[in-house]
Design a binder for this molecule. Structure first.
Ligand code: NAD
Length: 438
């Protein structure tokens, strides 16, 4: 099938590469010429395990192409995916202006009937809006389908090639058949392609992210209660996770959720509720709890030192900056909140992230000398008053704590992801603070 993907970011590039991998002819479009130039030269602009190999192979075999010209890409295509960013506006509603201009551009470029697929996460009802944006600019027939994306950064390729399910929202049998054919190679083991109406498909995406965010916030609240009362949230998690009605995923307490999806999608659902006069009390609580949690690590640190005013002149080693491991994505990363608070209190930070450092450097540049970057995890520790782990990259898990102790000014660890064994660290002479471990 001839496929065009508009927007070559985390979702568009993964989708384009995976569709090309199954034999389709895919053309990926982006308005960012640097991104397209890099891709044409075999450079992958994001970090995503396994992506580079597929992009290189399918490009070499001639099935994956990159262009800044939507006209060139769409003219050939039977199916056009929108994988455009929908970042939040100050009101919490997603900014649809990029999607609008892409929809108009696609309509202008059409040379025959197409299936236009919304893969971006968009407010409920946007499929109708996209059709209205397109209609004045084309005489050709088109159908707007909702096909929300559920991939997770860090495991995006695996998620795309082996999805738990594929959701396709359309009332058109012909459009559904095309989508079914495109996705058939990815669901050969029997995972379902679920057909529904477009409104339900759009709402399913928000429902999933808001529900997962709620699970995390629930555990984070319990963690704060544990720190007050002496329980261990990790043991509680294990006690809960073995209940098949609950399951084991997204029950980890930590430094709060971030990323380009959970915060934005929860806020968008809240905004939709406000607009429609439906109280969204549960997701509002999840978001409020997360705002508290993102500041909790700092509260633990300042309490240890006897109050915020005592942090002036202190130096902290921060391990992990990306919003989660295996990505270079810094959007809404809890590390940014923590560093802002530490610097605001007069402390300085030396940070290290194995992959997201370049993106982080750009974002943290306004703090000048107060935030430095190390070339390795141990370099960050030299002379620091404490180690603060924010993102649980694998390489931080089994470190040599003898070396950590020798490098730090004092043996003090704040573990924002509960990856270390508290007993082991205490036996080694560390003072250890986790999240909800008493
Ligand atoms: P991104 O910011 O990484 O990529 C979006 C790309 O769209 C950018 O490269 C941008 O230059 C390009 N773009 C903007 N306007 C354009 C236009 N008119 N024509 C061509 N290109 C244009 O965003 P992303 O993380 O890939 O997310 C895309 C959508 O998918 C969002 O709605 C997001 O909520 C959703 N989503 C993201 C994830 C994720 O993990 N990142 C997962 C599921 C769904």
């Amino acid at each position: 099938m001839k496929v065009s993907v508009i927007g070559t970011g985390y979702v568009g590039l993964v989708a384009g590469a995976c569709f090309a991998d199954t034999g389709n002819e895919v053309s990926c479009v982006d308005i960012d010429p640097r991104k397209i130039d890099a891709l044409k030269n075999g450079k992958i602009p994001i970090y995503e395990p396994g992506l580079e190999e597929i992009v290189k192979r399918t490009t070499k075999e001639g099935r994956l192409k990159f262009t800044t010209s939507a006209a060139e890409s769409v003219a050939q295509a039977e199916v056009v995916f929108f994988a455009i960013g929908t970042p939040p506006l100050p009101s919490g509603e997603p900014n649809l202006s990029y999607l609008k201009s892409a929809a108009e551009e696609v309509a202008r470029a059409m040379r025959g009937p197409i299936v236009a697929v919304n893969k971006s996460t968009v407010p409920i009802g946007t499929h109708r809006q996209v059709a209205e944006w397109m209609r004045p600019f084309t005489k050709h027939a088109f159908e707007v389908v909702s096909n929300p994306e559920f991939l997770k950064e860090g495991t995006a390729i695996d998620d795309f090639l082996r999805p738990d399910r594929v959701v396709i929202g359309t009332k058109s049998d012909a459009a559904f058949k095309k989508m079914e054919a495109l996705y058939a190679p990815f669901v050969r083991q029997g995972n379902p392609i679920i057909r529904m109406d477009p409104v339900s498909a759009e709402m399913t995406k928000y429902a999933c992210n808001a529900f997962l965010a709620t699970r995390i916030s629930f555990m984070n609240e319990l963690a704060r209660l544990c720190d007050r009362m002496g329980g261990d949230v990790d043991q509680i998690r294990r006690g809960m996770a073995t209940d098949v009605r609950i399951g084991k995923h997204f029950l980890y307490a930590g430094a709060g959720y971030g990323g380009s999806c959970f915060p934005k999608d929860v806020q968008a659902l809240m905004a939709t509720g406000r607009k429609e006069g439906v109280e969204m009390a549960i997701v509002t609580a999840a978001e409020d709890a997360n705002a508290v949690q993102k500041r909790y690590l700092f509260d633990r640190i300042s309490k240890h030192f006897g109050g915020e005013s005592r942090l002036k002149g202190k130096k902290f080693a921060v391990w992990g900056l990306a919003f989660k491991p295996n990505t270079d994505d810094m959007r809404e990363a809890p590390s940014l909140t923590l560093i802002e608070q530490l610097v605001g209190a007069g402390a300085s930070v030396t940070a290290f992230d194995p992959v997201a450092q370049e993106n982080a450097e750009a974002l943290l540049a306004p703090y000048g000398e107060a935030v430095k970057f190390a070339s390795g995890a141990f370099d960050a520790l030299t002379g620091a008053d404490a180690l603060v782990l924010v993102t649980e990259w694998n390489e931080f898990r089994n470190v040599d704590f003898g070396r950590v102790k020798a490098a730090l000014k004092q043996p003090l660890v704040f573990d924002g992801r509960n990856v270390y064994a508290p007993e082991m660290l205490r036996e080694l002479g560390f003072q250890y603070y986790g999240i909800g471990r008493g």
